[in-house]
Design a protein around this ligand. Structure first.
Ligand SMILES: Nc1nc2c(c(=O)[nH]1)N[C@H]1C(S)=C(S)[C@@H](COP(=O)(O)OP(=O)(O)OC[C@H]3O[C@@H](n4cnc5c(N)ncnc54)[C@H](O)[C@@H]3O)O[C@H]1N2
Ligand code: MOO
Length: 403
């Protein structure tokens, strides 16, 4: 059995590069941008009015002019017009180009319009007010997004505004999810008293979905030939196999030996942690096999901690650790890390993350999962200097913890 720290190191060492892929802008959110994005023109690209009103030349204000003849209207979408008389004005709309010869905008609320003349109703006009000047925020060629970056909706704004209709992102693995076990029936079936529905694989499929991956579902009974045949076929078709069940000490826990028969090299079997102790991880060339323990919380926890870490390294977006300084009265185990289900919230008074433990009856208790929003990993008593850390259930929280 290896330590949690060693298991994390293995996730990094066994990262796989899935190359570059171009996706449509509308599919880019959640993916990892792999090339810097630069401004294709100045930001903003022209002197832009930020208020509806009149555009004037500030010299006129300095000369004490309060009445301005209206030469015309400059609307958003019009090409730039020309203010011919510096003592006159143009009506202007938000988003319009400031006419040549003008440099200052006074909003409609501060002028009175009468018979083709605008009369100032304020004495407080500042030079260049209400104009967002060309290049004020960025210059053509400036780097706006530095790769690699996991794209959030806010980044899509920038991509769209520089015309990135196709976005170069890190490729993702093709993943098969395989349930194992003779006790499992389909979700839509009514189980016999000795059977259960195969819930884990649907949880895995939806976790993958959050990571932008469409996993395909498969099943195998606890029979050696069937396992070897199924896994052999899937190894040829997929980059990653995620298995649930069949990795502990039972007579029918055949997964590790079947994988080894198929030439998948064991990297480790067993981590000093609870839950998720019997987790088996192996590789065959560029393929990775994550054989998670079958108990629902073990499967879930191992995905969140290890698969997500491996994926982060593989797509150039390693997950940031979220250390928790104060874990209150929560106690650890002697030699094992203890991944406790918790409900984390922000304690405004103490200005820190507060983690309330959710009691459960063990790693088979998936009812308790609904009450938690993450894991608090408590180090073993034998590693007193290790830092407890929080793992959110939602990949979104990780994305924001980066910033
Ligand atoms: N003698 C020992 N027994 C066990 C040990 C051990 O070290 N020595 N470890 C225990 C731990 S810890 C865990 S976790 C489990 C893991 O067992 P397996 O990975 O072999 O999983 P199974 O036995 O196949 O199933 C465990 C449990 O989970 C249910 N299950 C399995 N797949 C699904 C699924 N897709 N959806 C929902 N539920 C699933 C299964 O019915 C079992 O109840 O072993 C302990 N035993
Ligand atoms: O360590 Mo097992 O994963 O609790 O039930």
């Amino acid at each position: 059995m290896i330590t949690v720290e060693e298991a994390f190191a293995q996730m990094q060492q066994n990262r796989v590069d899935f190359g570059l892929e171009e996706v449509l802008l509308e599919d880019a959110v959640g993916r990892v941008l792999m090339q810097n994005v630069t401004a294709d023109r100045d930001f903003p690209p022209f002197d832009r009015a930020t208020k509806d009103g009149i555009a004037i030349n500030f010299h006129a204000i300095q000369q004490g002019i309060t009445k301005y003849k209206i030469e015309g209207i400059q609307a958003a979408g019009d090409s730039q017009k020309q203010l011919h008389d510096p003592m006159a004005c143009f009506e202007i709309m938000t988003g319009a180009v400031v006419p040549a010869g003008a440099d200052t905008v006074v909003m409609y609320e501060q002028v009175q319009l009468e018979n083709g003349v605008a009369i100032l109703q304020t004495e407080k006009v500042k030079e260049r007010q209400n104009v967002h000047f060309q290049g004020q925020d960025a210059r053509q060629g400036d780097v706006l997004l530095q790769a690699p970056v996991k794209l959030l909706p806010k980044h899509v704004n920038t991509l769209a505004s520089v015309g990135k209709y196709k976005v170069p992102v890190a490729g993702l693995p093709k993943v098969a999810i395989i349930s194992t076990g003779d006790e499992l029936v389909e979700v839509q079936e009514m189980p016999e008293p000795h059977q259960i529905r195969k819930s884990n694989v649907y949880a895995l499929k939806s976790l993958l979905k959050e990571d932008g991956i469409n996993g395909d579902l498969y099943h195998t009974q606890d029979k050696e030939e069937e396992i070897v045949e199924t896994l052999g076929r899937l190894l040829a078709q997929y980059d990653v196999l995620l298995l649930s069940g069949g990795v502990s000490k039972g007579k029918y826990d055949l997964i590790p030996e079947c994988l080894q028969k198929l030439g998948v090299e064991k990297v480790f079997h067993g981590i000093k942690q609870r839950p998720g102790k019997p987790f088996w991880f192996g590789v065959k060339e560029d393929k990775c096999v994550f054989a998670f323990p079958g108990n629902p919380i073990s499967t879930y926890v191992c995905y969140l901690l290890y698969f997500r870490a491996w994926l982060g390294h593989s797509i150039n977006s390693p997950l940031p650790a979220i250390p928790v300084k104060d874990i209150g009265a929560m106690t650890g185990l002697q030699d094992f890390w203890y991944h406790r289900l918790v409900h984390a919230s922000w304690d405004g008074t103490a200005q820190k993350i507060r983690t309330d433990a959710i009691d459960n009856s063990g790693s088979g208790d998936l009812v308790s999962l609904n009450l938690a929003n993450g894991l608090l990993s408590v180090p073993p008593a034998s590693a007193p200097h290790a830092t407890p850390f929080f793992t959110p259930f939602s990949a979104q929280v990780h994305a924001y913890a980066h910033l």
